[in-house]
Design a binder for this molecule. Structure first.
Ligand code: CA
Length: 352
């Protein structure tokens, strides 16, 4: 397995080569310094609807925290891949296995602002984690008493301009907090979102991505009210990655750790081989978004700025991102278009 430094060295070498800078000059760079430049320590609140790809995203964040690149200030739960109750249980179970129950966990929205009229597909099983049998139940009594919105607002206003939000579920908690507290949005440092689609390629309906489809009004509110840099990894971003199920189960899955044992069981349950042959593509969407946030210089190979909003009324396109292709409005989002496959693999291997 390549070390992170050697991989970073490769990325920098390619970048410097493209810029016609002699590679030898790169070799004189202090790699530790280069890593610090691109991955200054981030204080993050992560909003989840766990979800196996949320679990991988949390592992990536915890790995970054171990390396001094991030600090997880709070984990907020919301309904999405499963009910709020199951999402919260999934989070606590993960933290117990990882011995990280010191991270505060908050309950947020039990429901979308305006829930879809038809049942939400349960891609990750009824409980959001493959409906596995477990030896013991997680201790949910450790969940904090404050609601996610109150805790998130207090963290942000007490640390103005310092807290990054990483949102990898429906955006209900963020939208509610923006509407409840007018001092919340102006004090956020940055927001990263996994969700939405802008090229009419859906994964839950023909034209909608899951997180935005589950709560389109929340997505609309966040895009309209954000006052900080806002970056989105859409479903199209995920479609531009090429990690196979063969790599997922034969390489990543071969790691002999308690957390991978759980994730292997869960993902083998939700991705049966018959429907997901080894050479088909595996999309760890939430983890991709977190990797892009933590390691932008090394992971993001293409991005673009746009003015974006969310379709709320379309009979076929509710929840879809609408871009101002006429360029009549100022950009309000950065769209991630391509993330480096090899870098994703390396970080996932290190984080698990
Ligand atoms: Ca998620």
């Amino acid at each position: 397995m390549l070390s992170l430094q050697s991989l970073l060295k490769g990325v920098f070498q390619r970048r410097y080569a493209l810029q016609n800078v002699a590679v030898s000059s790169f070799q004189q760079l202090d790699l530790k310094c280069a890593m610090k430049m691109s991955t200054a320590k981030k204080r993050v609140i992560v909003d989840v609807d766990v979800g196996t790809d949320d679990a991988l995203a949390l592992l990536v964040l915890l790995h970054a925290e171990k390396n001094g690149l991030a600090k997880i200030e709070a984990i907020n739960c919301s309904k999405g891949n499963a009910s709020l109750k199951d999402v919260t249980r999934n989070v606590i179970r993960l933290l117990e296995i990882l011995d990280r129950t010191d991270i505060p966990v908050y309950k947020g929205a039990t429901e979308a602002l305006i829930p879809p009229e038809t049942p939400i597909p349960q891609f990750h099983g009824k409980d959001g984690f493959g409906d596995l049998e477990h030896e013991k139940e997680p201790d949910v009594s450790i969940v904090q008493k404050d609601s996610a919105s109150v805790a998130m607002r207090n963290l942000v206003i007490n640390n103005p301009g310092q807290i990054s939000l990483i949102c990898i579920g429906p955006l209900t908690n963020i939208a509610l907090t923006m509407k409840l507290f007018d001092d919340f949005a102006p004090n956020i440092k940055e927001i990263f979102i996994m969700g939405g689609n802008y090229a009419a390629t859906g994964n839950v309906t023909e034209t909608a991505e899951f997180n935005f489809y589950v709560d389109p009004e929340a997505a609309y509110i966040v895009l309209e009210n954000a006052q900080c840099p806002l970056t989105i990894a859409t479903w199209e971003t995920c479609l531009n990655t090429h990690l196979t199920f063969r790599w997922r189960f034969d390489v990543l899955g071969s790691k002999n750790t308690p957390i991978m044992e759980l994730l292997n069981r869960a993902e083998k349950s939700i991705y049966p081989e018959k429907e997901n042959p080894p050479d088909s593509i595996w999309y760890p969407c939430d983890a991709l978004c977190v990797i892009a946030m933590l390691y932008p210089n090394e992971s993001i190979t293409k991005q673009s700025k746009h003015n974006a909003t969310v379709e709320l009324h379309g009979s076929k396109t509710r929840g879809q991102i609408v871009l101002d292709h006429l360029k009549q409005k100022d950009p309000n989002v950065t769209m991630l278009e391509k993330i480096n496959d090899e870098f994703i693999k390396e970080i996932l291997l290190q984080a698990t």
